[in-house]
Write a protein that binds this ligand. Structure first.
Ligand SMILES: Cc1cc2nc3c(=O)[nH]c(=O)nc-3n(C[C@H](O)[C@H](O)[C@H](O)COP(=O)(O)OP(=O)(O)OC[C@H]3O[C@@H](n4cnc5c(N)ncnc54)[C@H](O)[C@@H]3O)c2cc1C
Length: 482
């Protein structure tokens, strides 16, 4: 019998798991995919929003600002990449100025610090030389930042695991039943058998409505809202210094242009409601739309530098707010649903809020062994020449560059595989150390990463996958076919 079972190992589930590991509780996370960070948490704008966008009084507004405030300290504690670069909301018409002012006032109401409206053209140009020529004002949010979404998700999950939370991957939750035998708690039927628990945290992203509706009579509905992106090469990464948002106008909602934490340039997203909650395809129309729109706020966008495109799915709940709380008609079942943007930003605050609900309910003792610190994967590029030479002398694998585009060494890949909740696939390695994230998009390094995975995991090359069962990359050897 578990005290708490969390469904989903995205940022929400991982944040809750880490917060719960502060207590003496038997907790596990069930994830249908082969790794953490395989849902929406891996495909988004990777921004730490300041918090002026959400409606005052909403849970989104409150947890956005709280999460933003917590992010810097968390990044130091858990050693993941984060930088506060500020954002500019761009207004290109005097007609739309009142709207910019409304966002400013909303931000103040939400408690956002460091907000200002700037109208002096020289000042704007100095801050951001590549903004469109017709910019008349910007809303500057100094507290906005950028983060590695994989880094944040993986760091919280690793730290939860180090503090005793169990993770079960490739384990799909299929049904939830009230535990009649025990007169309390739940039985969860998974693809790997039945588990029992006193409480459930429903952090299943776009599928959170399915589990909510299995146990509650008050139904909710989540729509998958697709957002497509283009990612540009690092050579375009300095085209802007801030995250640039376009003010929504009568012509529609704008798209953002932002540096990423690893030095690329990101353009997107679109917003299209779709039926299929697994459909992360990109479309010609979507990509054309976002390139056109981005050009309205940023000039000379080096769009020929696109190296890849991708789609993320927002878990849009009909009332457009986070739904977090224990269900009154299903005691012990705690929703963490409707976590669309700014869910990444809010995740540390979401973790705290859900853990508080569980703490009040189960009254657990504090875990005296909890250690909130975690060391990330050593990146030799952050060392001095002398330090790097010493590292390579001690561990030659750090002198063997596997991914040329991102200069990722064998030593880093081995660390990514061997650490707690380590990588088991090419994408797992990619999310942890960026091998395959660069200009050639894994064209050169895939076979070599596969060899390392095969060797480290003790599996045949034919069993190495891109992202879990069914995505094996090799079908046999030439000799087998003779
Ligand atoms: C286009 C776009 C842009 C965004 N930009 C930003 C941004 O810049 N800043 C920001 O703060 N937020 C942003 N967000 C929002 C943010 O990405 C999400 O709020 C956040 O990632 C949600 O995390 P989650 O853990 O709730 O969901 P997910 O990451 O989707 O995790 C849910 C997990 O549950 C698992 N699961 C589902 N069903 C089952 C089952 N039956 N059994 C077991 N496991 C299951 C899934 O596999 C998945 O891993 C953006 C989102 C999108 C789509």
């Amino acid at each position: 019998m578990y005290d708490v079972i969390i469904i989903g190992a995205g940022v929400s589930g991982a944040a809750v798991a880490r917060e719960l590991s502060r207590y003496r509780l038997k907790v596990c996370v069930l994830e249908k995919e082969e790794d953490v960070c395989c849902g929406t948490s891996k495909a988004n704008s990777a921004l730490i929003h300041s918090g002026y966008d959400a409606a005052p009084g909403s849970l989104m507004a409150k947890l956005n600002v709280a999460g933003n405030t917590m992010m810097e300290e968390l990044s130091l504690e858990l050693d993941f990449p984060y930088k506060r670069i500020g954002s500019l909301m761009v207004c290109t018409s005097n007609e739309d100025l009142p709207q910019l002012q409304t966002l400013y006032s909303r931000g103040i109401q939400n408690g956002v610090k460091g907000l200002s409206v700037i109208t002096r053209k020289e000042e704007i140009r100095e801050m951001e030389p590549n903004l469109a020529d017709d910019v008349v004002a910007v809303l500057h949010a100094a507290s906005a930042g950028i983060v590695c979404p994989f880094g944040l998700n993986i760091a919280m999950a690793e730290n939860a695991a180090a503090n005793g939370v169990e993770f079960f991957f490739d384990t799909k939750v299929e049904r939830i039943f009230s535990n009649k035998k025990e007169q309390r708690g739940f039985q969860i039927k998974t693809s790997k058998g039945i588990l029992e628990t006193r409480c459930i945290v429903n952090a299943a992203g776009v599928y959170a409505d399915v589990f909510h509706n299995m146990v509650s009579n008050r139904k909710i509905h989540i729509t998958a809202r697709a957002g497509e992106y283009c990612l540009l090469d690092k050579s375009a990464g300095e085209h802007v210094n801030h995250t640039i948002f376009a003010l929504p106008t009568k012509w529609g909602k704008g798209v953002l242009v932002s540096p990423t934490i690893h030095g690329n340039l990101l353009v997107g997203p679109t917003a299209v409601d779709i039926e299929d909650k697994e459909d992360t395809a990109t479309t010609r129309e979507g990509l054309t739309e976002l390139i056109e729109k981005a050009g309205m706020s940023v000039r000379k966008l080096p769009i020929r530098q696109v190296i890849t495109s991708f789609t993320g799915l927002r878990a849009h709940e009909d009332n457009h707010d986070f739904l977090i709380g224990e269900l009154s008609d299903a005691p012990g079942f705690v929703d963490c649903a409707g976590i669309e943007s700014p869910g990444l930003t809010a995740s540390p605050a979401i973790g705290l809020m859900v853990a508080d609900i569980i703490r009040e309910k189960l009254q657990p003792q504090v875990n005296p062994d909890f250690n909130g610190k975690r060391k990330g994967i050593l990146n030799p590029n952050t060392l001095s020449k002398e330090e790097r030479a010493a590292l390579i002398a001690a561990k030659p694998a750090y002198g063997n560059v596997i991914c040329r585009c991102e200069t990722v060494t064998e030593g880093e890949i081995i660390d990514a595989i061997r650490r707690p909740l380590g990588a088991k696939s090419l994408d797992g390695v990619k999310r942890r150390v960026r091998a395959g994230m660069g200009r050639c998009q894994a064209g050169f390094c895939s076979p070599r990463v596969m060899e390392i995975l095969s060797r480290e995991l003790g599996i045949d090359m034919k069993k190495v996958t891109k992202n879990g069962a069914g995505s094996e990359l090799l079908i046999g050897t030439n000799k087998d076919r003779l």
